[in-house]
Design a protein around this ligand. Structure first.
Ligand code: XXG
Ligand code: FE2
Ligand code: CA
Length: 335
């Protein structure tokens, strides 16, 4: 993927920082149920990572008054790319804040935080503390046995604008959902060599739709649902398990105790060839979101996490004009 001259070289989606309203409850969900490993904790915060992650954290939970997204973070290739990110967003005239090592998120070095053109608080960093290899510490693997953060999914009112912004940051597009006139309903975009680091869901935005967490195998996805059933905590399950059309991944969506959505996701495919082509789904294809044609529950399209600005205030949202949940498959004889 060639980069626009001044764009930072993004390696991957790296971590999310969420505000939660009841940290002990969140600890049950993310650590005991999903099997995240605690890298650091104190009375008001938890720093978590999956079994395969060799960096300090991929999720930070902080006690707060409102359940919200504090920021998404991308790792960039070199320390120079942090400067490039600062310049890139400054030139766009957007809010930018340099966060020296030790003043921002624990474990993370020198960083830049911005409000991106879509209204999301986003951090770019290179340096992060290393962490012990746990991939073969099977004795420590619990619950869903999450391996790593795979992707962010964000709600935005303007999918073409989101597509254009991430294209300018050097992201490739693996798949889309499009209308008959090629109106863009959704897109999946990547820097690492998987289906995505970020995807866009149409709807009021900016809001966080979900965090996608990878497991190694589909039995871990099924086991997560079984554990919730056994505990009579099935209300945490929102959608699935199932097979996605887009990405071909096997999936399950849960809502955490604050309603933050998380997807347990496995077995998508390689996208690293330089001429990898975008795969385009028609919005009337009933297999696009669930390959077996199971209906998507309305809450999945409509509900999402509010996002904060760089000063911790809730960002206002803008409504979307395209509504995928209103597309009724079958009305035109398709699906
Ligand atoms: O990661 C994903 C998703 O964005 O969560 C949703 C891959 C595919 C889908 S979809 O519902 O379109 O199959
Ligand atoms: Fe996802
Ligand atoms: Ca159907």
């Amino acid at each position: 993927m060639s980069l626009a001259r001044s764009a930072p070289d993004v390696v991957r989606s790296a971590y999310a920082q969420l505000a939660v309203t009841d940290l002990p409850k969140s600890r049950w969900f993310w650590v005991d149920l999903l099997g995240f490993h605690v890298q650091y904790e104190d009375a008001t915060s938890l720093y978590l990572r999956g079994t395969d992650e060799l960096t300090h954290h991929s999720l930070v939970l902080r006690q707060g008054p409102l359940a919200a997204l504090e920021h998404l973070a991308y790792r960039v290739r070199t320390p120079l790319d942090v400067d490039r990110a600062e310049k890139f967003f400054t030139e766009l005239g957007l809010p930018v804040c340099r966060v020296p090592a030790g003043q921002g998120t624990r474990g993370v070095g020198d960083a830049v935080r911005v409000v991106d053109p879509l209204g999301f608080p986003v951090e770019f960093f290179h340096e992060i503390d290393r962490a012990e290899r746990l991939i073969q510490r099977y004795d420590l693997h619990r619950g869903a046995q999450v391996a790593r953060l795979d992707h962010f999914n964000i709600c935005t009112a303007d999918i073409p604008a989101a597509y254009a912004h991430y294209t300018s940051l050097g992201f490739g597009c693996s798949e889309t959902i499009e209308g008959d006139e090629h109106e863009l309903y959704a897109a999946w975009m990547y820097r690492k060599q998987t289906v995505h680091d970020v995807a866009f869901t149409g709807g009021a935005g900016p809001r966080l739709h979900h965090l996608g967490l990878a497991t190694h195998e589909s039995h871990q996805v099924l086991r997560t649902a079984d554990i919730l059933g056994a505990l009579h905590e099935e209300r945490y399950i929102e959608r699935g398990p199932g097979r996605h059309g887009v990405s071909n991944a096997f999936y399950l969506y849960l809502r955490d105790p604050d309603g933050h959505r998380v997807e347990i996701y496995t077995s998508d495919y390689y996208t690293g060839d330089p001429d990898h082509e975008t795969y385009r789904w028609n919005v009337h294809d009933d297999r696009r979101r669930d390959f077996w044609g199971n209906a998507v529950i309305e809450s999945w399209y409509k509900e999402a996490t509010p996002v904060l600005d760089l000063d911790g205030r809730q960002q206002p949202t803008i409504d979307a004009n395209l509504d995928e949940s209103a597309v009724h498959v079958g009305a035109d004889g398709l699906g």
